[in-house]
Design a binder for this molecule. Structure first.
Ligand code: ADE
Length: 233
């Protein structure tokens, strides 16, 4: 069972890259894929770049070229709720694309034409294993909808729209694209995001430091999940 692990930015994958054994690098479509062993499990790790298109390219390539059988998306997110504090981890029960909108032709906001769904469910089995690995380590998690779009959310009105329209707990820029690729390929997936900011634009000077710490926390949960061999789907 090979696990694909995708982060958008270098900070989101660097700890995992450092811990890989016997890794070989293959460059495809401008993305470097590192295939090897991670915490005793076969894995492919890649930094995809920011946004839904890069994330989709990366996920599809992992499936077709590397035969991954599950995909984990790790990284940082903006929080949309008081129940999810700085550095807490959001586990996606489902993902939505908050910038998908064909409502002028009669569709619900967020509906993905063709597959005609708004929410794409993440793997309950992977989530259960992640939640128990987090609980054992005393890491706070909250399960709920994670919303993705090609926008860094830094405006309270947009934040409120995403929360109120989709009931989402966190926002980021890749998870739902990975979810869509996994859905159409029938591959289980999970989105693991540690909170780096409040999605209101008041992040301030400490933002880069929070990104670093949040990214490391998310990667640490993946380490615990793979190490505990809870990765069987
Ligand atoms: N990733 C981390 N914080 C984010 C935000 N506020 N909006 C979108 N993606 C993010």
């Amino acid at each position: 069972m090979t696990t694909g692990i995708i982060g958008a930015m270098q900070t989101e994958v660097e700890a995992l890259h450092a811990d890989m054994k016997n890794a070989t690098r293959t460059d495809i479509a401008g993305i470097s894929f590192y295939a090897g062993e991670l915490y005793g499990q076969p894995a492919v790790v890649a930094k995809c770049g920011v946004g839904k298109v890069f994330a989709a390219i990366c996920a599809q390539t992992m499936i077709l070229r590397f035969g991954v059988e599950q995909i984990l998306n790790t990284g940082v997110a903006g929080t949309l709720t008081d129940r999810l504090g700085q550095l807490d981890i959001a586990l996606a029960s489902a993902v939505v694309q908050h910038d998908m909108d064909t409502s002028p032709v009669g569709d619900p906001v967020g509906m993905i034409s063709g597959i005609n769904v708004i929410e794409i469910a993440a793997s309950e089995k992977i989530n259960a294993a992640l939640a128990s690995a987090a609980a054992e380590a005393g890491i706070r998690t909250l399960s709920g909808v994670i919303a993705s779009g090609d926008q860094f959310i830094a405006d309270p009105a947009r934040k409120a729209f995403i929360r109120d329209t989709f009931g989402a707990i966190a926002c980021e820029m890749e998870g739902a694209a990975i979810g869509q690729v996994c859905y159409i390929n029938r591959i289980p997936f999970a989105v693991i995001r540690s909170v780096s900011d409040s999605a209101t634009g008041d992040a301030g000077m400490e933002y880069p430091e929070m990104v670093r710490r949040a990214a490391a926390r998310s990667a640490d949960l993946i380490r615990r999940y793979l190490t505990d061999r809870k990765s069987v789907v």
